[in-house]
Design a protein around this ligand. Structure first.
Ligand code: SF4
Length: 175
């Protein structure tokens, strides 16, 4: 198969005029701002932490499996180390005993980082209205997205993830 040779004008080293520039744009050059490019890259390469606390974690595991395929959004790499993760999905009720551990893991994640509270137990204690369970993980770490349900189905978690992607893509500025 013949290989097309790129002449100097396509690489910007030749006698490029306005017409050549327009040709290049038609060939697929995309102009954007640094801010938009970084936010797009962040949303397209979010790596979740391997972290499950209770029954909701089974649905989280199912979401990462082949039927639902998180790799569509560059998220198939659940990281074992918080230092390599930027998304914490709190899947299940948080016991008082686990609360300081959860906060430590969150602190070990590098900035920027995001948190999804998965299920009614993580978000508000759920059926566990007692002293042993934290009545809302947002009392320990800042939460970006709350996914309701007991347990939330993988489709619900994916919807929450996509809402978070939209938030990362459209809000704030990169530092
Ligand atoms: S919300 Fe339901 S499924 Fe999830 S941890 Fe609580 S009881 Fe378990």
């Amino acid at each position: 198969m013949p290989v097309e040779r790129l002449e100097g004008r396509y690489t910007g080293r030749g006698q490029a005029g306005q017409e050549d520039d327009e040709d290049e744009v038609r060939r697929g050059v995309l102009l954007t701002t640094m801010d938009k490019a970084v936010r797009w890259a962040r949303k397209q390469s979010m790596w979740p932490l391997t972290f499950g606390l209770a029954c909701c974690a089974i649905e989280l595991i199912a979401t990462g499996a082949g039927d639902y395929d998180l790799s569509r959004w560059g998220m198939e790499l659940f990281r074992a180390s918080p230092r390599q993760a930027d998304l914490m999905i709190v899947a299940g009720r948080v016991s008082q005993k686990m609360a300081p551990v959860l906060r430590t893991i969150y602190d070990q994640m590098p900035e920027p980082k995001w948190v999804i509270s998965m299920g009614v137990c993580a978000s508000a204690g759920g059926m566990f209205t007692n002293y042993a369970v934290v009545q809302g993980v947002d009392t320990i770490v800042p939460v970006d997205i709350y996914v309701p349900g007991c347990p939330p189905k993988p489709e619900m978690l994916m919807y929450g993830i996509l809402r978070l992607h939209e938030k990362v893509r459209t809000e704030g500025h990169f530092k």
